[in-house]
Design a binder for this molecule. Structure first.
Ligand code: FES
Length: 118
């Protein structure tokens, strides 16, 4: 029996069709081993099918399609690991407009003021 404490994942939720602003929602993910942020996002999607995230990627830190913000810092979700018992905050990458939840629009980079150029 595994006694590892769960990973507490606080993910950004935002549906532009329904929400005026984003919020963080918390999930507990059971794991006996460290998981990448990408794996955690997939687990959150298993717990809540309305959660949106990208999953088809290189998983090698090369393509950039996994870009997110982890504990306040922009990062590759595929190479950033979270250990059992830790709490992690996962938000959209800071340099692109949000499509929904943590999915960003690579075609709409943000200005220094945080505005979409389009
Ligand atoms: S999945 Fe390609 S860089 Fe992370």
């Amino acid at each position: 029996m595994d006694n590892s404490p769960p990973i507490t994942v606080r993910v950004f939720r935002f549906d532009p069709a329904a929400d005026e602003a984003g919020r963080l929602e918390e999930f507990a993910v059971a794991s006996a081993a460290p998981l990448s942020v990408m794996a955690l996002l997939a687990k959150v999607r298993e717990l809540d099918a309305t959660f949106c995230c990208r999953t088809s990627t290189c998983f090698k830190g090369r393509c950039g399609s996994c870009l997110v913000r982890v504990n306040g810092r922009d990062a590759f979700g595929c190479t950033t690991l979270v250990r059992p018992g830790e709490t992690v905050v996962i938000e959209p990458h800071s340099r692109y407009a949000v499509v929904r939840d943590v999915v960003i629009d690579f075609a709409r980079p943000l200005t220094a003021e945080g505005e979409s150029g389009q």
